[in-house]
Design a protein around this ligand. Structure first.
Ligand code: AMP
Ligand code: DBH
Length: 551
């Protein structure tokens, strides 16, 4: 047996980083340019102070010029500092698509405090974990969003998280602090973070019970923005509509609202993704670009034929997060009157795009090729040997914007990365002769419900908490709309009271997890199929599910 070599961990970073030789190369190649996000906004504000950076259209239209956003970030940063939030502190940020999201992010960047990007759908279980695991000092929430009172959640989490000293609320603060009361006049210039330091913690979809935290540096993330902008044609005339949650890596960086700001363009925040909301906004704000997950792309394609709106400003629509079928891909561009780019990315790093100049067949049948000439891609068999060119295998990758390890997760890192620093994506892909990747599926247990990633183990642990449940196994079943949805196979205890599927779903919902994790279907069974050595065979359950679906 070969001994696993623990990768070097840089003190203070809480995660393995790039070996010196690689870092030197990425700098020499001009990928890492020594910029920070705080500096980026400062530069843009100096170059074109009066251009519109940000539009939040709801409920009343608000805009920020680059100068205004820059000043706002300074004042908010000063306010956070005055309340004791300092460099390296973690701040769990859970805001929907509102202007304050961008203000807070840039204020934290200026200080060198790290936003932890929770999603609006996250509930007690996820938020409690992020706050305690990162020892967060602050949590930023809306008052009420989508009918859910985040202040109540904040009170609960705060009561059991000793590190959490502040809760800032956008809107009516209740017992907490209003974000609008935080800003103050800056007293001294900030020293800020270094380009090679961590800028924020992004979340992984998670393949084990707990989501992993992804440490991205200023240098590496800014390179992925620059590369994305070049590939997607983002410039100062780009008006990017943020349809998906702004905290997610895709709408943030592929090329996303940060790409738009990097280029001196305009980011417009869409409060919710339905065509009824998004289409009038596209018309009114003259949107040129946006990014969608496949189920939403289907809804938009359909809606565009039924409710004609003036979508003529729309130039490019990116679709990614889960596999976009070639049939659906073929229909999108004609229906929306735009060009399609497929994007296959991950918060851990590697992002692939089809190119605007690719032939139409490549655009609809592949998931693109990597951003960087220094993205290394290996496609290997179960023993990490390269498969023949064109064959399917596991995708491994390393490069100038792909992490070398998760944050504070040495045990997981030992298996999630190879000894020589390749990230095991868990995706099964093949490479075409042009270097484009086609995603076949996943080796990981993770379920991809229309782009929302679910770790079966996490849901299983919750279901197991029900007193009537003896055992549970959660699997994906194919769904024409979402790609995959969840099915929980449940064995009840012999002495249990009868239980209905709806009871179990309610139980999961009441445990306080994001709604997309509640099983779509619950099926009661007497036993699970087993593997040769007596483990539950997920493969067996999936085929049972597939057979059942056909009847
Ligand atoms: P995460 O690690 O949570 O950021 O999720 C990234 C994962 O989403 C990838 O590893 C893929 O499994 C999946 N994914 C993203 N984009 C695509 C795409 N265009 N086609 C298929 N799968 C995708
Ligand atoms: O699914 C993803 O995480 C994703 C998809 C497209 C991503 O992180 C990205 C583009 O950057």
């Amino acid at each position: 047996m070969t001994a696993r070599r623990a990768p070097a961990t840089t003190p203070g970073l809480h995660a393995p980083t790039w070996p010196l030789r690689f870092a030197q190369h990425y700098r020499a190649a001009g990928h890492w340019r020594g910029e920070t996000f705080g500096g980026m906004l400062r530069d843009r504000a100096a170059a074109h102070p009066d251009r519109t950076a940000l539009v939040d259209p709801a409920p009343t239209r608000r805009t920020w010029t680059y100068r205004e956003l820059d000043e706002r970030a300074d004042r908010l940063a000063a306010g956070f500092l005055a309340r004791g939030i300092g460099k390296g502190d973690r701040v769990v940020l859970q805001l929907p698509n509102v202007g304050e999201f961008v203000e807070v992010v840039f204020a934290l960047f200026r200080i060198g405090a790290l936003p932890v990007y929770a999603l609006p759908a996250h509930r007690d279980t996820e938020i409690g974990y992020f706050c305690s695991f990162t020892e967060a000092t602050a949590y930023v929430v809306p008052d009420v969003h989508a009918g859910f009172d985040h202040r109540v959640l904040a009170s609960k989490v705060r009561a059991r998280t000793p590190s959490l000293r502040h809760v800032f609320v956008v809107g009516d603060p209740g017992e907490h602090t209003a974000l609008s009361d935080v800003p103050c006049d800056p007293t001294a210039p900030l020293t800020g973070p270094e380009p090679q330091e961590i800028a924020f913690l992004q979340l992984s979809g998670g393949t084990t019970g707990v989501p992993k935290l992804i440490p991205r540096t200023h240098d590496d993330y800014l390179y992925s923005l620059r590369g994305s902008n070049e590939i997607c044609g983002v410039d100062e005339d780009t008006r990017f509509l943020v349809v998906l949650p702004a905290a997610h890596n895709f709408p943030m960086s592929s090329p996303g609202w940060l790409g738009a700001l990097y280029a001196g363009g305009t980011a417009v925040l869409c409060p919710e993704p339905a065509p009824q909301t998004a289409f009038p906004l596209i018309e009114r704000e003259r949107i040129t670009m946006t990014g969608l997950v496949p189920p939403l792309a289907l809804v938009w394609t359909q809606a565009a034929t039924e409710h004609p709106h003036d979508l003529s400003s729309l130039d490019v629509v990116l679709v990614g997060g889960a596999k976009f079928s070639s049939e659906a891909a073929r229909r999108l561009a004609p229906a929306l009157g735009c060009r399609l780019q497929q994007v296959f990315g991950m918060a851990e790093g590697l992002v692939n795009y089809t190119r605007l100049e690719d032939d139409p067949e490549t655009v609809v049948t592949t998931q693109g090729r990597p951003i960087s000439p220094d993205d290394e891609v290996r496609i290997v068999d179960d023993a990490d040997r390269d498969v023949p060119e064109g064959a399917f295998g596991h995708l491994l990758t390393r490069g100038p914007y792909t992490i070398r390890g998760y944050w504070r997760a040495p045990e997981h890192n030992a298996t999630a990365f190879t000894d020589d620093g390749f990230y095991r994506t868990g995706d099964i892909v093949r490479r075409t002769p042009t270097g484009h990747l086609v995603v076949e599926g996943r080796a990981k247990d993770q379920i991809n419900r229309g782009g929302e990633k679910i770790a079966p183990e996490e849901v299983e642990n919750i279901v197991l908490g029900h007193p009537a449940v003896h055992d549970v196994s959660v699997v994906a079943v194919a769904d024409p709309f979402l790609g995959e949805r969840t099915l929980a196979y449940v064995i009840l205890r012999a002495d249990a009271e009868p239980l209905r599927p709806a009871d179990l779903k309610r139980y999961v919902r009441e445990r306080g997890v994001a709604a997309y994790k509640v099983p779509d279907r619950v099926a009661f069974v007497d036993a699970f199929p087993q593997t040769g050595i007596g483990k539950v065979s997920k493969q067996g359950l999936r085929s049972t599910a597939a057979t059942a679906e056909q009847h």
